[in-house]
Design a protein around this ligand. Sequence first.
Ligand code: NAD
Length: 278
Amino acid sequence: MTLPDHTLNDGTTLPAVGLGTYGLRGIEGAEAMAAALGEGYRLLDSAVNYENEGAVGKAVRMSGVPREEIRVTSKLPGRHHKKAAALIAIEESVLRTGLDYLDLYLIHWPNPNQGLFVEAWEAMIEARERGLLRSIGVSNFLPAHLDLIVEKTGVAPSVNQVELHPYFNQPEQREADKSHGIVTQAWCPLGKGSDLFDDDVITSLAEKHNRTPAQIVLRWHIQLGTLPIPKSSSSARRKENRDIADFTLDDADMDKINGLTKPDGRLFDADPATHEEF
Ligand code: NAD
């Protein structure tokens, strides 16, 4: 049993569960990603700053899975937000993968103090028009940042990839995304594991449904309508993370998990209003 894909506001599609690739690099990384594609994963979430776009492209070719069935995501770093630099950076991403196009490209962080994300968004629109990218979106954009790029260009992103897990479930951000027809993708969807997997709420639901804590958290994402991209270099864990189609959390279960969220629940204290990454 597999979960249905999501259709984005530009008509392209994304799988309900993707593979995070931060830290999967080099030949070992490419082999892990190719194995994931063999197991049924169809989305690889990369970024210029993960320094693994080459491994991602290699994994696509090694997997034997038809290119058009796979979604490859990468992300524009803050140091390339000026329009001309952004266009070259996008071309270089495509070249590093060795693919003809990327399926989804995101502005990695808005870096509002730098004040160039509207220019970066204009470059993304142009790159999509040129056929380098199939779909364009953003990451870590707060509601005000979304409003500004839509106001300046008339083009809404297809995706906003934000920190989202049971300790930080972002109801206002999800509403803002939805108001623009933007799909919310969840980074650190498992809260990086550890604490969350020992939480009484999660372990008791795991027992109730005879599932692992990771599966409970990922099923919660599916029912919330967010798209998780859990990372794992272990085949057994990757399989477990996609095997969540055939059970349902009831409303009381969902309420319990939603009750875990905290206003200061961010894992790294990286508030996009002030945090900058280059
Ligand atoms: P995650 O929440 O996916 O957790 C990963 C950790 O959980 C790893 O240690 C992994 O071994 C463990 N794990 C995975 N499946 C498990 C299972 N079934 N049982 C037990 N442990 C399991 O955290 P992440 O990797 O930081 O985030 C996922 C992806 O999100 C990244 O790889 C990256 O692609 C993306 N990301 C994006 C941004 C952004 O700014 N856009 C920031 C951080 C991460």
